[in-house]
Design a protein around this ligand. Sequence first.
Ligand SMILES: NC(=O)c1ccc[n+]([C@@H]2O[C@H](COP(=O)([O-])OP(=O)(O)OC[C@H]3O[C@@H](n4cnc5c(N)ncnc54)[C@H](O)[C@@H]3O)[C@@H](O)[C@H]2O)c1
Ligand SMILES: [Zn+2]
Length: 360
Amino acid sequence: MTVRVPVATTTRHYEVVVGRALLTSLSALIPSAGESERLVVVSDDNVAPLYLDTVAGGLRAASFDVSSVVIPHGEAQKTLATLETVYGALYGAGLTRRDVVVALGGGVVGDLAGFAAATFQRGVRLVQVPTSLLAMVDASVGGKTAVDYRRGKNYVGSFYQPLVVVADLDSLATLPEREVRSGWAEVVKHGLLAGGETLDLVEGGAATHERPSERLIETQVACKASVVARDEREETGERAQLNLGHTIGHAIEAATGFRRYTHGEAVALGLRATLWLSERLCGLSGADADRAQRIISAVGLPERLDDVDPEAVRSLVRRDKKADRKGVGYVLLSRFGAPAPGVRVEERLEAEVIEWLQRR
Ligand SMILES: NC(=O)c1ccc[n+]([C@@H]2O[C@H](COP(=O)([O-])OP(=O)(O)OC[C@H]3O[C@@H](n4cnc5c(N)ncnc54)[C@H](O)[C@@H]3O)[C@@H](O)[C@H]2O)c1
Ligand SMILES: [Zn+2]
């Protein structure tokens, strides 16, 4: 069954369409598609061989002029240099502002193609077609687009909402196990932030070691959509909650050259550190912290941080986009469902938690 989750932001109202066999019929799902003639599909070299022909074929059958650009996969490609390759393809295709960029892939493609669409000619239309679990439940929803700059994770980017997000659950069938686990990291994050039944659902799903159920994915999309609707541009603090685990997670990704850990794995380590800090600084109970650590383990996400200079992680934490001159405001948890944003963590404790993460 196809489910449509509305996302109502100040800049655009759109839908996340979650269902099966959607890739062939993309043209029918793009609002006011008739006004556009050209589409450029951006994908990566893992996803393109699997789905590009299906997507492009369906769009051509609907009389679109379709071209594509395929970038190498992986976070290390989320750079200005790759962005320039994508601009080249948009320019080469003669894209106009009425035309459409289709981001077909995981969060890396979504963030990068999204930023290309946001900036090319000051903004062309964008359709997100997430194919990884992580991109379906998190990255494709809400309009954050970016590339990394040097060791600055997501340092160059913008808020730019798509026309529609089309999540075809069938595409998860080819997603490698490691990437399924990575997606679970954001699923667990949403569960910790929501608490209650949502966390129970996440915990139940985590225990099965399988791909999340349709229901779980839909719930997650709805959670993300409601946060984004309340605070599109991270202004009131509500959306900032979604950075749970990301302050240390992003620093770990950067400290390891965006290559050793997937984003989800780094976030899982960041979540573990967040739970440790929450117990010490925000009154999260030991039993709850242990329960959450067990959920992360049940999914098969990393237990510890291997072989990284702790000082490198700490100096990158200070470069976090949420940092000001006084330091970083961490998102911690006082209970499940009760995030505490903007918590300052003393340097000594920051060093201690990274050390704990390395020897646990
Ligand atoms: N914009 C946001 O709000 C937001 C939120 C969360 C994460 N992110 C970003 O998302 C990125 C992580 O996303 P990701 O985990 O999807 O990474 P990814 O895009 O690198 O995809 C993971 C891997 O799976 C492959 N893949 C994707 N779909 C596949 C499929 N259906 N079959 C086979 N292989 C497939 C990709 O080629 C890649 O190798 C990070 O850069 C992160 O910063 C953004
Ligand atoms: Zn994330």
